[in-house]
Design a protein around this ligand. Structure first.
Ligand code: UTP
Length: 289
């Protein structure tokens, strides 16, 4: 049973400047919802009861988004704007949401370590805010179901093209069944020639709480940051780590092109925009070709 999830959101978002100079990258909307709300919705739809969002300086708007907005709610109520009121109230009602600050952006591993006392000694989930995932069953729920069957630790993975292996952590190991590998090799951002497979780790993990004591002893690695993957590699010495190829589609909204793709596809999936937006895109393509 996985009840707790953490969402590290203290990164600087340098790939999304200048927007991220003053706006947290997690608050940039995809269509009309901040990216981080999609992530909390996925956690809640997967049965998570408590979410800890790890924030940093200049990220207060994330807390505001998941809080009550008394004045706004009062006005909407008086004007009988029922739909808008429900939209405004939704984020705060998704699950119990807690916050902690990572005082310095010392890497994803360091951010995860900030969740040590929140997590205690139970297995927990990590969801990264850059990865928006669509599909009929939430990605995290798929992983929780796998965890129940396999035990151990579960990393969500997907197949990537050869030209992209150097952007991800790549895993290989013993195939368990169609979608599961028991990981025995993990290489961070390898050159194609050194990549053991095309299975790339994306931003969803279910880990045992033993990861915290390992993180405490993990020295800064690449980019002088404490790397989560370095700690997971050590965890593999004592525990099973499985790579689960999730069913669904993932969008990397942490880079500008990925964000544009997500915006277009999420808009096309919205009933109220689909027809007009599709027609507009068709006309636009006709003009450009
Ligand atoms: P990224 O590598 O995407 O870093 O971190 P970033 O700083 O957010 O973005 P760029 O690369 O500069 O554009 C992966 C995840 O880890 C979190 C980020 O918020 C993101 O969700 N993170 C990273 C932290 O919480 N703290 C850190 O010190 C570093």
């Amino acid at each position: 049973m996985i009840r707790k999830a953490i969402i590290p959101a203290a990164g600087l978002g340098t790939r999304f400047l200048p927007a991220t100079k003053s706006i947290p990258k997690e608050m940039i909307p995809v269509v009309d919802k901040p990216a981080i709300q999609y992530i909390v919705e996925e956690a809640a739809a997967s049965g998570i009861e408590d979410v800890l969002i790890i924030t940093g300086r200049n990220k207060q708007t994330i807390e505001d988004h998941f809080d009550k907005a008394y004045e706004l709610e009062d006005i909407l109520e008086k004007r009988n704007k029922v739909g808008e009121l429900a939209t405004v109230r939704k984020p705060a009602g998704l699950c119990n949401i807690h916050f902690i600050r990572q005082q310095e952006a010392k890497g994803l591993g360091h951010a995860v370590l900030c969740a040590k006392s929140f997590v205690g000694d139970e297995p927990f989930a990590i969801l990264l805010g850059d990865d928006l995932i669509t599909g009929s069953k939430p990605c995290l729920k798929q992983m929780i179901d796998e965890k129940e069957r396999l035990g151990g630790n579960i990393l969500a993975t997907m197949k990537v093209d050869d030209c992209d292996v150097d952007k991800y952590g790549i895993v290989d190991g013993k195939r368990y069944h169609e979608r599961v590998i028991q990981v025995n090799e993990m290489v961070e951002k390898p050159a194609l020639a050194d990549a053991p497979s095309n299975q790339a780790i994306i931003g969803r993990y279910i880990l045992d709480s033993a990861i915290f004591s390992i993180l405490e002893g993990t020295e800064p690695g690449k980019g002088d940051e404490i790397q989560l993957t370095d700690a997971i590699k050590k965890l593999m010495d004592t525990q099973n780590v499985y790579a689960y190829e999730f069913i669904g589609k993932r969008y990397d909204t942490g880079n500008k092109l990925g964000y544009l793709k997500a915006t277009v596809e999420f808009a096309l999936n919205r009933e109220e925009f689909r027809e007009d937006f599709y027609t507009y895109l068709e006309e636009l393509m006709g003009e450009t070709l």
